[in-house]
Design a protein around this ligand. Structure first.
Ligand SMILES: Nc1ncnc2c1ncn2[C@@H]1O[C@H](COP(=O)(O)OP(=O)(O)OP(=O)(O)O)[C@@H](O)[C@H]1O
Ligand SMILES: [Mg+2]
Length: 296
């Protein structure tokens, strides 16, 4: 029986970010081009991508990073995040032994991205405390950062900051400071994609077992209904729902199950991630939606 450390060792991968599967059409193509333009000017302009969960924000940035030969240094912001998580800090044990030096400093993702000329992907940036938001001014404006006890480091020319935010949060508790919002110079808004694009995303993500076309349409109509019920559904089905349903149905079809029956069986379980209004019964609402499959 291998130890857990042996198991971790044997799972270590040297694989670079592999090519991402992305439908680069419609809003995705437009957004991709904007991202390229914003980061091609000298110096690159900081970009904010807004969009609901699962709409393809991260995928778009990864695709762009691969195409331009940059690495992505990603971090998720929240209220308890501290500036040193971004920048890095000195290892106290090494400092005790040798005193402060560059060697005792463990760089954080922001500093790594700056010195490597990569993309600093600041996820949910609006959730950060004002202190953390303020700590981004210097790298954004000056493209440099003063590291205490080390000195000022300068970002490589290709260093770019791309931030993401969920538009539903921008007016609420998780607010941007005005100063940071003003520094994110190019805003790209992603919304739920058009029908044809969402169908392509489903097909692309279930290539091992193609489903009858009408099943993809049925899945889409389920998803669209959750998005249309704005008075009853608080958080509708994300783009992640389609590929997940298609994969589950394909598996059952491969085992000999009827595709329509398979869809009815799995749909409620994949749809369970939606959030409904406080006066709604979620299971009842999902049942209603699934029972209406193919109704249009
Ligand atoms: N344009 C697209 N082409 C192919 N697949 C897509 C596309 N957009 C979204 N998807 C599918 O949706 C999934 C979620 O995408 P992604 O992780 O980029 O969303 P996100 O906007 O970053 O979500 P979150 O806000 O939760 O971080 C992808 O893994 C993929 O299966
Ligand atoms: Mg993401």
């Amino acid at each position: 029986m291998p130890t857990v450390h042996e198991m971790i060792k044997s799972s270590l991968t040297k694989k670079a970010l592999s090519d991402v599967k992305i439908v680069l059409e419609g809003q995705y193509k437009k957004s991709y081009d904007l991202l390229c333009d914003a980061t091609s000017v000298d110096p690159p302009l900081p970009v904010l991508i807004t969009g609901p969960p699962g709409v393809g924000k991260s995928l778009l940035v990864r695709k762009f990073a691969i195409d331009t030969g940059r690495s992505v240094y990603e971090i998720f912001f929240d209220e308890i995040m501290k500036p040193q998580y971004l920048v890095g800090s000195h290892d106290p044990a090494l400092v005790l032994k040798n005193g402060y030096s560059l060697e005792t400093f463990e760089p954080g993702p922001l500093v790594r991205a700056m010195v490597d000329g990569g993309i600093f992907l600041a996820q949910e940036i609006n959730r950060a405390s004002p202190t953390v938001q303020n700590s981004l001014h210097e790298p954004l404006e000056e493209r440099s950062y003063h590291l205490p006890r080390i000195g000022r480091i300068e970002a490589k020319d290709s260093f770019a900051l791309v931030a993401t935010a969920n538009p539903a949060e921008l007016a609420g508790v998780y607010r941007f400071t005005e100063a940071l919002r003003d520094r994110l110079r190019v805003t790209i808004e992603l919304t739920y994609p058009d029908k044809e694009i969402e169908l392509k995303i489903m097909r692309m993500n279930s290539p091992y077992n193609k489903l009858p076309e009408e099943i993809y349409y049925d899945i889409y109509s389920i998803i669209r209904r959750t998005r249309e019920m704005t008075d009853r559904v608080k958080k509708p089905a994300s783009v992640r729902v389609g590929p997940a349903m298609a994969k589950m149905v394909a598996l059952r079809v491969a085992r000999g199950e009827d595709p329509h029956a398979a869809l009815r069986a799995v749909a409620p379980h994949v749809l369970a991630s939606i959030e409904v209004g406080s006066s709604e019964n979620k299971n009842q609402l999902i049942k209603e939606i699934v029972e209406n499959i193919g109704g249009d």
